[in-house]
Write a protein that binds this ligand. Sequence first.
Ligand code: GUN
Length: 297
Amino acid sequence: MTAQIIDGKAFAGTLRERIATHVAHLKQQHGITPGLAVVLVGEDPASQIYVRSKGKQTLEAGMNSYEHKLSADTTEAELLALISQLNADPQVHGILVQLPLPEHLNEALVINAIDSAKDVDGFHISNAGLLATGQKAMVPCTPLGCLMLLREFCGNLSGQNAVVIGRSNIVGKPMAQLLLRDSCTVTIAHSKTRNLQEIVRGADIVVAAVGRPLFIQGEWIKPGATVIDVGINRIEQGDGSTRLVGDINFDAAKEIAGAITPVPGGVGPMTIACLLANTVTACCRMHSLPEPEGLSV
Ligand code: GUN
């Protein structure tokens, strides 16, 4: 059997269209333009690319984008002062501080200084707690995108065996919480898990977010399972060129799985689309307006 390839790029495009429609409605009916502030400290090349992409897609959806680029030697006090200013700004509905931060800045302190209602990354300790206790939260963008794809391609997730490989605060832990909320039986595995092969073999849903190229063998996948690969790893090929691969051996897994996301073009495009969705959601909640269908879970 050859798996259905889950086209995250196309799904993200449709999601962005829905977001743009809702943004137009907010502007016309309520005179409100959702605004997203992105803060970048330093000159990490990958972060610069992400931030540029976020700004571009924010504007394309009809929202306001506010970019704050600070030098690598910015002090914690300066960064906290900017966050305070953005927290108080009524034009700003979402705040994202691009990670990783330079080493001298305390990431947890900075994230938790963001107004939790504007925390469109869903990294604030209040949002993590709300999600873990099944309450209305801002949900981290990558797991949110994965859940949207899973619901689209699997329908009702209730009772399914899911394994999440990876235990980060950004992906693994919130992903497990979301799957649990959808009544999956969830196992959280990681790079030190024993018998990973057996655990993967029993899973109807596999979400891989371990950050190791081709870590999960295709042959481990249960026939017909739905496989979501969050990994984006650049590997060198024999001829000196490089290519992007996920955490799963896609070529082997696609012969066994029922549905699978490719890398690139699977989960990646969903992350920024979900950031825009979270910004619209935050804006609606802040103005006590009904939340648009399909942008939150
Ligand atoms: N760096 C890499 N991914 C992310 C993300 O989703 N949010 C933030 N703030 N920084 C990141």
